[in-house]
Design a protein around this ligand. Structure first.
Ligand SMILES: [Zn+2]
Length: 201
């Protein structure tokens, strides 16, 4: 089986494709819950994604409007970059018919992060704004086809792993783990001969 996630990624994949990605959150369900050992927050919103030529999507349409469903966290990160594991990984899950698109952000230790702080404080009112900003100002992703990292490990998932890592402070990492737990990551899977591309959006 070589269609699984997570995998180790190399930040220097050569091939590039131009794309389009715009997240618009209309509602965040103001409840923090734990699903599959992960902090999850359900949302309503849309993700406009340039899917022309992409497997599984409408070949005629330039873009697709996906339903943004939820975002959740893994600590430490599931994907690694050049063998490096990060303290936290966020997954934003959207769907279009049977297709699943997950946008992933790996967080590195550094300066305090407003978005994470709002999450820790349970102040979810400002989170949609911060989340939209995060996605809509990020332009480079590593794209590959993988799977869900929790049961039923469904394959054919479109992964967009941010090439840039937002930071959070050491104190925030500790607080996050204290409040939401940690160790909920799946081990690395065989990349096989899958292609990974840089996606510029
Ligand atoms: Zn996840």
């Amino acid at each position: 089986m070589s269609g699984q996630s997570p995998i180790d990624l190399d930040a220097r994949y050569p091939s590039q494709t131009t794309g389009n990605l715009k997240l618009n959150i209309t509602d965040i369900v103001r409840e923090r819950k734990i699903v599959n050992d992960a902090l999850q927050i359900d949302c309503e919103g849309t993700l406009i994604f340039r899917t022309r030529g992409m497997e599984g999507f409408d070949k005629e349409a330039e873009t697709s409007e996906l339903q943004f469903q939820q975002f959740h966290f893994h600590s430490p990160s599931e994907h690694t970059l050049n063998g490096k594991r990060y303290p936290l990984e966020m997954h934003l899950v959207s769907t279009w018919k049977d297709e699943i698109v997950v946008i992933a952000f790996l967080f590195s230790e550094g300066v305090k992060n407003r978005f994470i702080q709002a999450l820790l404080d349970g102040d979810l009112v400002e989170i949609d704004h911060e989340l939209e900003k995060k996605v809509n100002t990020q332009h480079k992703y590593l794209y590959y086809i993988g799977s869900l990292t929790t049961p039923p490990y469904t394959e054919g998932v479109h992964w967009l792993v941010s090439a840039r890592q937002p930071q959070l402070s050491k104190e925030q990492i500790e607080s996050f783990r204290e409040v939401f737990g940690w160790g909920n990551f799946r081990e690395l899977q065989d990349k096989g001969n899958r292609e990974v591309r840089q996606l510029i959006v």
